[in-house]
Design a binder for this molecule. Structure first.
Ligand code: ADE
Length: 232
């Protein structure tokens, strides 16, 4: 039976889901609270990882080792790198890449994790399709598309940095956790998908837009997660 691990970096990315779940136990590991129980008739473990790639990777590994999850979903907000993705729209990961990994000096591609032979970590096809179909069903007014998540330990808020990530990684959205969850899932052979609602354009307007739109965007993403988990 499916047991879905759901990771959000911040309270506002998981609070709506926690509020609706029926909790059977709470466990603290690495200063993170893992809530086990059911949501929408599905076994889940919901956790706030904290922000950034290291928190997210630790969190994913704990979910796999200690909670035996069968799938991982990362829900949250992101900055748009694609002119077709506006604030409030939703991106479903086709794959995820580290935009701040650079070992090009030794012949690796920019973003490639050395000695792993992989640069983009692919999301699970079934989870992608379930997320896309569910989004169209429960959020018919929201524009949704598949794309590439570009992750780094940086909040992207300049035209130049945004363009760098577009030019070098062909990313569709920028955030700070997805690729490390993807890498942990890949190493453990666990299917994953990243769902991100757009809170800003990852450029000079991001500083203003992000605080204005993060709450509504996080809710869109969480609502989709709630409705898709029973179909996995
Ligand atoms: N999360 C939401 N917006 C972001 C941005 N512009 N850069 C990185 N992470 C984000």
């Amino acid at each position: 039976m499916s047991k879905i691990g759901i990771i959000g970096a911040m309270d506002l990315e998981v609070d709506a889901l926690k509020a609706e779940m029926s909790v059977t136990s709470t466990t603290k590991r690495a200063s993170m609270e893992f809530l086990e129980g059911t949501l929408n008739n599905t076994k889940v473990v919901i956790v706030k990882s904290g922000i950034g790639k290291i928190n997210a990777a630790l969190c994913a590994q704990i979910l796999i080792d200690e909670f035996d999850v069968s799938h991982i979903i990362n829900t949250g907000v992101a900055g748009s790198l694609n002119a077709d993705l506006d604030i409030g729209d939703i991106l479903i990961s086709k794959d995820a890449v580290h935009h701040d990994m650079d070992v090009t000096i030794f012949g690796y591609k920019l973003g490639e994790v050395p000695q792993m032979g992989i640069r983009e970590f692919p999301a699970d096809e079934k989870m992608i399709e379930v997320a896309m179909a569910t989004c169209k069903e429960v959020n018919p007014d929201i524009n949704v598309r598949k794309g590439r998540v570009a992750s780094g330990d940086q909040f992207i808020s300049s035209k130049e940095k945004k363009q760098f990530i577009i030019d070098n990684f062909d990313g569709d959205c920028a955030e700070m956790e997805g690729a490390s969850i993807a890498q942990a899932a890949y190493l453990n052979n666990i299917p994953f998908v990243i769902i991100r609602a757009i809170s800003d354009k990852a450029d000079d307007s991001a500083e203003m837009d992000y605080p204005t739109f993060e709450k509504a965007a996080a809710k869109h993403s969480a609502n989709l997660v709630k409705h898709m988990i029973c179909k996995l």
